[in-house]
Write a protein that binds this ligand. Structure first.
Ligand SMILES: [Fe+2]
Length: 288
């Protein structure tokens, strides 16, 4: 595995590691160690097709069902499509309901933090990218925690935060979430500070789904959460990733925030396929 760092805080471009070959024990360990160390791994020229993509998702851990088909139709699908290209090859424009819904991802967030067991990693295989726009930005919420002084760490360490999918999607439009989907995703309590079980490093756990700090007023909650997101996402902390067709990216949702920058869906096609690996348990049960 050859590693080229991408940002002072996190992120690596990885070559010399073939994802098409099933992981034996040592290769799986090396990959998990790299996730713990770098949080964001980009593998150029490896988009593997859905079959191998899902297979190695399962070699890393438990594949997480996409919440949309599950909540809306009770259907299990381990893939999500990021972008406007549909199964039949056509592309949706800016005004389509699905395109508008996906703009919810343009707020800083961490994937599936609204689930009782939030996602461990997201895995994006890239097939079509816009020639302009469509980048995704990432920041390390571990580095953000490290930048807090001792008093502020002591303040946030014990907090519990409520993550709520209906809350975050209502910012896109008031009726963005169907009643069935809302019922499948009730608000969940999460630790506000998480600790990596391998290296002991702590990080903030927040983003667009974070509705309120348990026991705090709405206003105090917003001041704290929005203030910390703003600090974490200062320009110098951002890794802006310009997707390239053929690459595969794995990122650690336990400790990164990300957001899409948007693109003109009337003019461009975008297709990424995403799976996620489920976390090991509720954050409140994690060792701290
Ligand atoms: Fe996301």
């Amino acid at each position: 595995m050859e590693i080229q760092p991408l940002h002072a805080d996190f992120g690596a471009r990885i070559t010399g590691f073939d994802l098409s070959v099933p992981f034996d024990g040592p290769r799986r360990r090396a990959l998990l160690d790299a996730i713990d160390r770098w949080s964001f791994l980009c593998f150029p020229d490896q988009a593997p097709g859905d079959e191998r993509h899902l297979a190695f998702t399962r070699e890393i851990g438990e594949a997480e069902p996409n919440h949309l088909p599950k909540g809306e139709e009770g259907r299990i699908d381990y893939f999500g499509t990021i972008g406007n290209v549909q199964e039949d090859g056509t592309a949706l424009g800016n005004d389509h309901r699905k395109t508008i819904f996906l703009t919810g991802n343009n707020m800083w967030h961490t994937d599936a933090s609204f689930k009782p067991v939030p996602a461990f990693v997201s895995i994006n295989a890239v097939y079509e990218v816009p020639s302009e726009g469509g980048e995704t930005q990432f920041v390390s919420a571990r580095a953000a925690y490290d930048r807090l002084d001792a008093a502020r760490r002591a303040e946030v360490d014990p907090l519990i935060v409520v993550h709520d999918y209906v809350f975050s999607r209502s910012k896109v439009s008031p009726d963005a979430v169907s009643p069935a989907l809302a019922k499948s995703l009730p608000p969940v309590r999460q630790r506000f500070v998480r600790r990596n079980p391998s290296n002991g490093k702590k990080n903030l756990f927040m983003g667009s789904h974070a509705r309120e700090i348990e026991g705090w007023s709405e206003q105090s909650s917003r001041t704290l959460i929005d203030g910390l997101i703003e600090e974490a996402t200062a320009e110098a902390n951002i890794l802006t990733h310009r997707w390239k067709a053929g690459e595969l990216v794995i990122w650690d949702n336990r400790c990164l925030l990300h957001r899409g920058l948007g693109y003109d869906a009337d003019r461009h096609r975008r297709l990424m396929r995403q799976t996620r690996v489920r976390g090991v348990g509720p954050t409140l049960e994690e060792a701290f």
